[in-house]
Design a protein around this ligand. Structure first.
Ligand code: UGA
Length: 437
């Protein structure tokens, strides 16, 4: 059993801290945000993430998990430190590393015994050596430490499951001592035969970006194929299903939609392109995926305008789904933001509903009219748009929907509604690559 401090209690930090405590270690999650720590200490979970409340409560009760705003003390008492602070987008698409480097200085100042210092935040290639340099420079007693890059692959909405049952664990380290300690941290997974990749720090750093960018490319590719389906009258679901049966392609991340959003793909693709530019190499495929994604978000707006014959002024538009995907309250880079901006600009009346993200979207559009059910939202509307694939929208009774709306216009940006039913009920509808001709 190890004493572990996780620095930064955002998405990655909180889920990782709770997950590692579930593996049987003593974990303190620490953050300079005293208010956040107080909320956590009182049992409140500041993010919406299925299963996280139970995971945290279970481990707090077992005295394996605690929260502290005393970062320096937490550093001193730990054997292994995880850096999990944010790396937002900085200038020219590059990552802003100021929080990570600040933590490195705090670690250097408080290094009182040998420790493994491990980065979970997504950081550009070469950050490991920057962090090690800072710790070396700020450590007064020249105490030994090892640095490890241990990128995280959890997804919002399924973060707990992704952490406890990952596809693989990546450990990039400079010494066998550090590898052994990290393998001990992840012992339950190791016993479970989860693949553990031991590699260099730089390779581990690149694996994270290469994976996220690849998935982004996959999505953009499928979105463009869906757009071709629109023109041909082909069904993109059948195309992606058939493609996915080929084990070399795999069925995952082949769902077309309104464009990828969230705090990772948009930021990480840009950061990778910016790194490639600095290195003087090309990443044309990723550059194109970013551009295709921008166009996809615009295309959803164009689809709506075509459906309504460009007549949106003073029309009541019901938007179902604000989060960038289901099972999260996160609206960062959400395609709904583009849709709302366009409609607001052109004088439409917007009514919106998301089961989890109403409040977060109101931080962007203060005067947004948010509702508490899909029925209330669509009532007397001129058009309904599905922006997020929440299960409760999949189950919408289309006959009831038709009775509630003023005009049966419907844009399904997630392809979750049954086309046959929409046809039968006489909806004027569109979707992403599945429209019957
Ligand atoms: C993503 C990665 O999937 C995680 O492995 C990674 O750890 C995380 O970024 C991160 O770097 O922290 P996340 O952004 O939470 O996770 O969500 P995803 O499920 O990957 O979805 C990203 C976007 O792609 C969403 O807008 C989603 O709607 C879209 N998407 C996903 C599609 O349009 N089609 C698909 O088939 C899959």
């Amino acid at each position: 059993m190890k004493n572990i401090a996780v620095i930064g209690t955002g998405y990655v930090g909180l889920v990782s801290g709770a997950g590692i405590s579930d593996f049987g270690h003593n974990v303190v999650c620490t953050d300079i945000d005293e208010n956040k720590i107080k909320r956590l200490q009182s049992g409140e979970i500041p993010i919406y993430e299925p299963g996280l409340q139970e995971l945290v409560s279970r481990n707090v009760q077992a005295s394996r998990l605690s929260f502290s705003s005393n970062v320096n003390k937490s550093i001193k008492e730990a054997d292994v430190l995880f850096i999990a602070v944010g790396t937002p987008e900085g200038e020219n698409g590059a990552s802003d590393l100021s929080a990570v480097l600040e933590v490195a200085r705090a670690i250097g100042n408080n290094l009182n015994s040998y420790k493994v210092i491990c980065t979970k935040s997504t950081v550009p290639i070469g950050t490991g050596s920057k962090i090690s340099d800072i710790i070396n420079k700020s450590s007064i007693n020249s105490i030994e430490f090892d640095y490890v890059s241990n990128p995280e692959f959890l997804r919002e909405g399924s973060a707990v499951k992704d952490f406890l049952w990952p596809d693989r664990v990546i450990i990039g380290a400079s010494s066998s001592r550090a590898f052994d300690i990290m393998k001990n941290v992840y012992r339950p997974l190791y016993i479970n035969e989860t693949p553990v990749i031991e590699t260099t720090i730089e390779t581990a750093e690149l694996i994270k970006y290469a994976s996220n960018a690849f998935l982004s490319v996959k999505i953009s590719y499928m979105n463009e194929i869906a757009n071709m389906c629109d023109e041909i009258g082909a069904d993109v679901h059948v195309v992606s299903k058939a493609m996915g049966i080929d084990g070399r392609i795999s069925p995952k991340f082949l769902h077309p939609g309104p464009g990828f959003g969230g705090s990772c793909f948009p930021k990480d693709t840009k950061a990778l392109v910016s790194m490639a530019e600095e290195l003087g190499t090309n990443l044309k495929v990723v550059e194109s995926a970013i551009e295709a994604n921008r166009l996809q978000k615009e295309r959803m707006v164009e689809k709506l305008y075509t459906l309504l014959k460009n007549d949106v002024k003073d029309k009541t538009i019901a938007i179902l789904g604000l989060a960038f995907k289901a099972q999260t309250d996160d609206v960062r880079e959400s395609p709904s933001v583009n849709m709302i901006s366009a409609l607001k600009n052109d004088g439409a009346i917007i009514k919106a509903f998301d089961p989890a993200a109403n409040d977060n979207m109101k931080k962007i559009f203060e005067d947004l009219d948010t509702n508490t059910s899909w029925e209330e939202t669509v009532k007397d509307s001129d058009c309904v748009i599905i922006m997020t694939e929440w299960n409760e929208f999949r189950g919408i009774d289309l006959s009831k929907l038709k009775e509630l709306v003023k005009d049966p216009n419907l844009l399904d940006c997630r392809n979750i509604l049954k086309i046959d039913d929409l046809e039968k009920l006489g909806f004027n509808y569109d979707n992403v690559g599945r429209k019957k001709r």
